[in-house]
Ligand binder design. Structure first.
Ligand code: AHR
Length: 502
């Protein structure tokens, strides 16, 4: 079995958007509390931010942070999270049946982002239980310099300068029957349109994300996007896509080809955007914000939502999934799909950042470590920023999958980095077969050295745990052979590789 990638600098898809490597920080389980924020932890700073987590976040290379949800935002009152911490109310978070103490809010998030490296905030407004007025209030509080009730309140609360938030999500997963305040597509489209128009009257420079579908296989998929875009097209900048992947009925082979579904999802949504633009004779461009994506063995986590009218725990352990080597390969496959589609996808967020289906795990009062999925994400995010994705011309042996039919065994993409070096990412999706992977380079390119790292485990279920945090890590792949066309390398079955060409 073999595959060949033709990496020619003359044929390009487009620039890698900075926002492609975002993540989601939701008030959910222990993502915020005992995740990024844990006053009293031996490694917490004066704000209560865990420095060990901050260091891993920087290493991960995340850019934009979507906040404060997720489903949480659809019942959230942003005002609860600002002002003196001791006076903030405890509230019910009915999305996750938890108690929200509001010790962490907008100001804390802004300060945390500064410490994380100046990452951009992508703020979501509540269009579940709230609407236009509250969105306008939050925008005034955040972006108006001073001289009004809410901007002056921000200043009194300790932030002289406006937060200047550019990117705003108009609600979260409003197509989902589980969402607080879920409504039909037409009602949502109208609500999103008037919210967008109102927000732009305050700050025309903002960029707005309208809710697309929560999964590619929602019964309303397609119709939802079309109806919402018909109401909002010229008022918004992005349509969101959300997708979580897991093996269905133990079908690992299809699971390993999850990137095929992501490619199709992107293509389907982009087709609706393009036809809407044509229909309206619009000059305005709308892109995709793939602002929740990951592997998630939904409903198989160790703990489920608490229950009971008298039982609203603070930061319970929820969605704390430990990821395997196979999961890391799928995350790599999905990253390759995002890169191949940078002409359409201008923002994306891995969901989520810490503890909750996350690349980083912590113990309260204890250690923080990297999950298997940390590695493909950090290897992409830390190398290709400001790079240019090359047209993925790939000729691969195929394999059969129950979910997607016949698909390429190898998925791969090449990126020219800002320093002129070339990086290639590749996954071998086969459960059993190693692949000879050749990369053909243009004859004008001088190849000095090739260095490759591969993440592969014979036990594809191997995980990184508190007691064995470095069980699964990438290793040097020394099978590279430089040949007259470029080079070739052996990709073991179920593997993720990064290859630097100098
Ligand atoms: O990321 C976990 C949840 O998944 C989010 O809260 C929601 O938006 C999605 O359904």
């Amino acid at each position: 079995k073999q595959a060949t990638l033709f990496a020619d600098d003359n044929f390009r898809v487009g620039k890698v958007p900075d926002r492609l490597f975002g993540s989601l920080v939701e008030h959910l389980g222990r993502c915020v509390y005992t995740g990024i924020y844990e006053p009293g932890h031996p490694k917490a700073d004066e704000h209560g931010f865990r420095k060990d987590v901050l260091q891993l976040v920087r290493e991960l290379g995340v850019t934009t942070i979507r906040y404060p949800g997720g489903n949480f935002v659809s019942g959230y009152r942003w005002e609860d999270g600002v002002g003196p911490q001791g006076e903030r109310p405890h509230r019910l978070d009915s999305a996750w049946h938890s108690k929200e103490t509001n010790k962490f809010g907008l100001h804390e998030m802004s300060a945390w982002l500064e410490e994380a490296g100046g990452n951009e905030l992508m703020e979501a407004v509540n269009l579940g239980t709230r609407g236009l007025q509250e969105a306008l209030d939050l925008l005034e509080y955040s972006n108006v310099p001073d001289g009004t009730r809410l901007s002056d309140q921000r200043i009194r609360n300790g932030h002289r300068e406006p937060f200047n938030i550019k990117m705003w999500c108009l609600g979260n997963e409003m197509d989902g029957p589980w969402q607080m305040g879920h409504i039909d597509a037409l009602s949502y489209g109208r609500l999103a349109a008037k919210t967008a128009a109102g927000m732009r009257q305050i700050d025309p420079s903002i960029e707005l994300v309208v809710c697309g579908s929560s999964t590619h296989d929602m019964p309303t998929f397609g119709e939802w996007e079309q109806t919402v875009l018909d109401q909002t097209y010229d008022l918004i900048d992005f349509v969101s896509c959300h997708a979580y992947f897991k093996p269905v009925n133990g079908d690992i082979q299809s699971f390993l080809a999850s990137g095929v579904d992501m490619d199709r999802f992107i293509n389907d949504v982009y087709s609706i955007i393009a036809s809407t633009k044509a229909k309206r004779h619009s000059k305005h461009d709308v892109f995709l914000s793939f602002d929740e994506w990951n592997v998630w063995y939904e409903a198989n986590e160790p703990a489920h939502n608490p229950a009971g009218i008298d039982n609203w725990p603070v930061a319970p352990r929820l969605l704390e999934q430990l990821y395997s080597a196979a999961d890391a390969v799928v995350v790599g496959d999905l990253l390759i799909s995002l890169l191949k589609n940078v002409n359409h996808v201008h923002a994306a967020s891995l969901a989520q950042l810490v503890n909750v289906i996350a690349p980083i795990v912590t113990e309260p009062g204890g250690a923080a470590w990297r999950q298997t999925i940390f590695y493909p994400f950090s290897q992409v995010a830390s190398t290709v920023k400001k790079g240019v994705v090359l047209l993925p011309c790939l000729d691969s042996s195929e394999m059969n999958t129950d979910l997607y039919g016949s698909v390429d065994i190898v998925n791969a993409v090449a990126v020219v980095c800002h320093d002129g070096s070339l990086i290639i990412f590749a996954v071998n999706r086969s459960i059993n077969d190693p692949i000879k992977f050749s990369v053909n380079l243009p004859s004008a390119m001088h190849l000095n050295a090739v260095y490759a790292q591969t993440l592969h485990e014979d036990d594809i279920s191997a995980k990184n745990t508190l007691h064995d945090p470095n069980r699964v890590v990438p290793h040097e792949n020394s099978s590279v052979v430089i040949d007259s066309q470029g080079f070739n390398i052996c990709l073991p079955p179920v593997s993720w590789s990064i290859v630097h060409v100098y």
